[in-house]
Design a protein around this ligand. Sequence first.
Ligand code: 5GP
Length: 186
Amino acid sequence: MRNVLMIVSGPSGVGKGTLVKRLIKEREDVTECVTCTTRAPRAGEVHGREYFFLSKEEFERRIQEDGFLEYDKHFDNYYGTPKAFVEETLKSKSVVLEIDVVGALNAKKVYPDSVLVMIAPPSKEVLAARLRGRGTETDEEIARRLSRLNYELSQQDKYDHVLINDDLETAYNNLCNLLDEEKNKQ
Ligand code: 5GP
């Protein structure tokens, strides 16, 4: 069995965070890669849990040191995947990484063996309702995030797997099965 770098993407509000958290909690053979960002923490977010919150200067210093497996800028903030963590952890466990489409496709270039999983909503309407229900973003931010939806979904065919999150339980079981399938590949 091999350890897999599984990269999970999907539109905001699609439930990928919930699925990934459950995977980490229930499976001892998988660890989450906490990524770095220069955006401000949202209420309840903790340094080292949701993200490593870095200053712009610190982030740029790490770029110079080749410390990121990939990095990107969204909404004027940097986001990046710490390279050393991924490489070290893969020696003993699979790693799940939750990043956007551009980052995922860049990471796949560096690690062609990584497995790209897109979590897609049953419909745009369902996604909009979930985002509003979450209550963590302003209306303007919600509109901005929804406007990225068509782009994200248009990249589906570049992914190894597309998983529709209609029913959470079903989506979770499918995600687990998919990970096992990939771990068993030679
Ligand atoms: P948010 O600000 O809502 O937490 O995240 C904004 C976007 O950044 C999401 O699409 C999230 O998946 C993405 N993101 C988080 N970490 C990384 C990373 O390390 N690299 C890249 N490219 N995107 C990331």
